[in-house]
Design a protein around this ligand. Structure first.
Ligand code: EPZ
Length: 417
């Protein structure tokens, strides 16, 4: 099992280019199921989760060709096996995103229930409820979602909770439904907007993506298209936090600053000097960091996927930062690892009070989930001495060659196989 070894205390300096967004690429790969024609995607990040999704689609009969340059072409002219098996789904919950497209395209789908993960129960009741509202006949037996629908019908559906992949699943299903579908209390994340952009390029009729109310007018079929995946706003935010935490001077290229303004505002509040251009962000951590409070919530509020990374920065900020996680019920597992590095953190339920300390000291720590891994990388870059991070397969799910990108910024970091 790979691990990362980091010698901290080095300010990050230089330029880094972010990759395409994992959480846009995953639903957009599934969108290819909706047409018999070729779909070409560019700026697809080379991540384990993306490779898993490509394998899942290939098993269904989709011809998938991926180049090293991040271009993926998909040909779903022959989807003859509408199944997402437990063996694959248990390694990547986002497989649930195949449910809506499979049902809309083939009239049937058998998708393993994802089960929970480290950060929470992660139910998919809204996905099922929405598809039932569109006329699907669904039963949950033997750990699978078994769905059938001769043709989905447009309807008006209000989500009980704001769900990103729930919104994406139903938007894809509605694209081929008979009639118009209105999705109320929809997720407004930029990744939802990027998926809508790709679907519209394929001939879908979608209004309101990015707002809480999305209206989809179903069409008989969709055609092929070419689409560039948006930059990863969470990878971008991770590099902004790392640059600020190490008192560095970093330019992040290929970014979409507008998709993470809440994160940028919060890091400015914590003392980072951040200048934003059209496609790049310049971060200087030249002053002392100050405590700032964070409460995660659906977009455009502070994203839950940046909570752990912000906490790493807060461990060295003067004063006490109150960090509240409102989306997932168990997304504080990075705390016990940060304590091993000398942080001063008290957790009450889903609220952490982080009191800044003068220094962190390197130690052996363990990654527990994707964003917790990123948090520990930032903490390791800041800590005096050597930090070893175990179980970094979590990190590889969502970050493309992060040790190479950080080394190019001067970090002393290496992967030990
Ligand atoms: C997406 O997960 C992201 N994953 C997550 O990123 C992200 O943390 C999350 O959205 C929130 O922004 C992808 O896009 C592939 P939700 P998703 O459905 O869609 C509850 C990362 O690190 N809920 O928006 O699974 C749920 O329990 C990952 O890249 C239901 O109750 O999250 C949670 O409390 C981690 N019923 C809340 O809604 C449902 O049917 C938000 O979950 C669905 C969700």
């Amino acid at each position: 099992m790979d691990k990362l070894v980091i010698h901290g205390g080095v300010p990050l300096e230089g330029r880094v280019r972010v990759s395409g967004a994992k959480n846009a690429a995953l639903p957009i790969l599934c969108a290819a199921l909706l047409t018999r024609e070729r779909v070409t995607l560019t700026n697809v990040p080379r991540l384990n989760d993306v490779r898993t999704m490509q394998s899942l689609l290939s098993q269904m009969g989709v011809r998938v060709h991926a180049t090293d340059a991040g271009t993926v072409t998909l040909d779903a002219s022959n989807v003859d096996w509408p199944l997402a098996p437990y063996e694959l789904v248990k390694t990547m919950r986002a497989s649930i995103l195949a449910l809506g497209p499979l049902l809309a395209r083939t009239g049937e789908a058998r998708v393993s229930l994802p089960g929970g993960c480290a950060i929470g129960l992660r139910p998919v009741d809204q996905h099922v409820k929405g598809l039932q509202a569109m006329g699907a006949d669904i039963d949950l037996t033997h750990g699978y979602i078994n769905a059938r629908a001769s043709r989905l019908k447009g309807t008006r559906f209000a989500f009980d909770v704001v769900t990103v992949t729930g919104t994406e699943n139903l938007m894809m299903a509605a694209a081929l439904a008979d009639g118009t579908t209105t999705l109320a209390n929809a997720a407004r994340e930029p990744e939802v907007v990027d998926l809508a952009g790709c679907l519209i390029a394929m001939g879908a009729k979608i209004d309101g993506a990015g707002t809480g109310c999305i209206v989809v007018e179903g069409v008989p079929e969709l055609h092929g298209a070419t689409h560039a995946v948006m930059p990863d706003r969470i990878e971008t935010g991770t590099f902004v936090a790392a640059a600020a935490a190490t008192h560095g001077d970093v330019v992040i290229d290929g970014a979409e600053p507008g998709s993470l303004m809440t994160v940028i505002d919060k890091l400015r509040e914590a003392g980072a000097d951040i200048n934003v251009a059209d496609r790049s962000i310049h971060v200087r951590g030249n002053g002392a960091l100050r405590a700032a409070n964070v409460r995660t919530a659906p977009y455009p509020a502070f994203p839950t996927d940046m909570q752990a990374q912000f906490m790493a920065l807060a461990t060295r900020a003067h004063g006490a930062s109150v960090i509240t996680e409102t989306i997932f019920e168990n997304r504080m597992m990075h705390v016990q690892e940060l304590l091993r590095l000398g942080a001063d953190i008290e957790v009450e339920g889903s609220t952490a009070v982080v009191k800044g300390v003068d220094r962190l000291t390197g130690a052996n720590v363990m990654a527990t989930d994707l964003r917790a891994s990123a948090c520990l990388v930032i903490a390791g870059l800041v800590a005096d001495g050597e930090t070893t991070i175990d179980r970094i397969y979590h990190l590889d799910r969502g970050y493309e060659r992060i040790e190479d990108k950080l080394s190019a910024l001067g970090a002393r970091i290496e992967r030990v196989r």
